[in-house]
Design a protein around this ligand. Structure first.
Ligand code: SF4
Ligand code: SF4
Length: 426
């Protein structure tokens, strides 16, 4: 295969030489532990990448399938003695596969047309929400089942509900601190798709909490999806660039951009590393990515809020609370202590550390759409940890993890409730 066809993977050629085949990754890779297939583990994926680079393998659908079977949890890199960046090699190989073979239908079509046009995505979801509320009785505030006779279509999974009102209909473009309070800082807010269209009460909580700290919050209407599913998940870099151009231009006059979604925080930071194909884009994406902070990092590291700044919401009173580390927050961005500090500050509930809190839940965006059975199998281990914690409430900071935990808790008829970090604050 010509190196032109492997345009992205060749950039990582040197990295593919780092693996010394020790096999430590077999103990931590959730895909390998569920499937026990060598090509599923980091070492095996690295061998596939090397074979593509030396021409002994050609890109084909089966090979692409092996590349898609990775949750990008980064557990392999964390445990690897030579810190081989396998998830990054996988993303680069996915990009080459997507360019050569296209993105599987209908995902590619949806990414190209919906994720690059916020208005069209909003209208599409309004229509979907209408049918969803007509067909699916609510089982709790955020997830619904399809009626039994249709459940085969979605393999019995609990679906995220489309919210009756989107976040942009609930808050203005600029939200100022309460009357009489001096504004100490102006920051951008990036809710991402889930917190804008499905869980807008979380976005509203974040904005309210920030304004109570004297922050003026700007939520530009021009911003779009972060692009995680399109470019990190499917390798559609062309769509990724269109999305990145939109977002980089949407926040012109803020020093800092806060998001309450771990996946968005990680993805927005990746723009200069994966998508910048010209010096202009390198500069624009680099500037934009440098402003991104997860809200827990912003509250603890930038604002240096003390324990007394955090009160718990009514729903947490007297409850035992535990934390699930989203891989994008914990391993990709190194944010581990900040959310725990916030939770441990809450006076009227008890914090319990979950065993194996950083184990991947198996969601990984489109990974769970492509491989739902595998995703559920990976989640089983997480559910064992949730049960062992004895907690009443599992808190996390990624809407994707939140849905995965909710789906599996409901499926296994477990009693725990799942909440977002910002949702637990009073
Ligand atoms: S842990 Fe690292 S060096 Fe060892 S086999 Fe896995 S990827 Fe290779
Ligand atoms: S990122 Fe996670 S799923 Fe992917 S190879 Fe590494 S350990 Fe396995």
């Amino acid at each position: 295969m010509s190196s032109a066809a492997l345009k992205e993977l060749v950039r990582f050629e040197k990295d593919t030489e780092q693996c010394m085949k020790c096999g430590f990754c077999t103990y931590v890779c959730p895909v390998y532990q569920a499937e026990k297939i060598e090509s599923g583990v980091a070492r095996g994926k690295n061998e596939l990448a090397k074979a593509l680079l030396n021409g002994s393998l050609e890109l084909n659908r089966n090979l692409a399938d092996r590349l898609y079977k990775c949750t990008a949890c980064m557990a392999c890199t964390e445990s690897c003695p030579s810190k081989a960046p396998i998830p990054r090699i996988v993303v680069a190989a996915r990009a080459d596969a997507a360019r050569v073979m296209g993105v599987r239908f209908p995902y590619g079509l949806a990414y190209r047309n919906l994720l690059t046009n916020r208005k069209m995505l909003g209208n599409f979801l309004r229509v979907a929400g209408f049918f969803q509320s007509a067909l699916m009785p609510a089982t709790n505030g955020t997830i619904r089942h399809l009626p039994g006779f249709m459940s085969g279509l979605i393999k019995g999974r609990n679906l995220p509900a489309v919210a009756p009102r989107f976040l942009r209909d609930m808050v203005g473009e600029v939200t100022k601190p309460p009357r009489g309070m001096k504004s100490v800082m102006r920051v951008g807010y990036f809710p991402g798709c889930m917190n804008e269209f499905s869980l807008p009460h979380i976005g509203k909580k974040t904005i309210d909490f920030l304004t109570r700290q004297g922050i003026e919050v700007v939520m530009p209407r021009e911003q779009g999806c972060c692009g995680a599913a399109a470019f990190l998940g499917a390798g559609d870099f062309e769509t990724g660039r269109r999305i990145a151009d939109i977002n980089a231009a949407a926040f012109p006059d803020v020093d800092c951009i806060v998001t309450d979604c771990a996946t968005c925080a990680c993805t927005l930071r990746e723009y200069p590393h994966f998508l910048a194909d010209t010096p202009e884009r390198q500069e624009s994406y680099g500037k934009f990515a440098g402003k991104i902070q997860h809200v827990s990092q912003f509250l603890i590291d930038t604002l240096s809020l003390s324990s007394s700044s955090f009160r718990n919401a009514e729903a947490l009173k007297g409850k035992k609370v535990t934390w699930h580390d989203p891989c994008h927050l914990n391993r990709h961005l190194g944010i581990k202590e900040q959310p725990r500090r916030i939770l441990k500050s809450l006076a009227d509930c008890r914090y319990i550390e979950m065993p194996d809190a950083s184990r991947c839940c198996g969601m990984a965006g489109q990974f769970s759409l492509y491989y739902y059975e595998l995703s559920r199998k990976i989640a089983e281990k997480k559910m064992e940890s949730v049960e062992a914690s004895g907690a009443d409430i599992v808190v996390t900071a990624c809407p994707g993890c939140q849905y995965q935990l909710q789906d599996n808790i409901a499926r296994l008829k477990m009693p725990q409730k799942v909440m977002n970090l910002m949702e637990v604050l009073g």
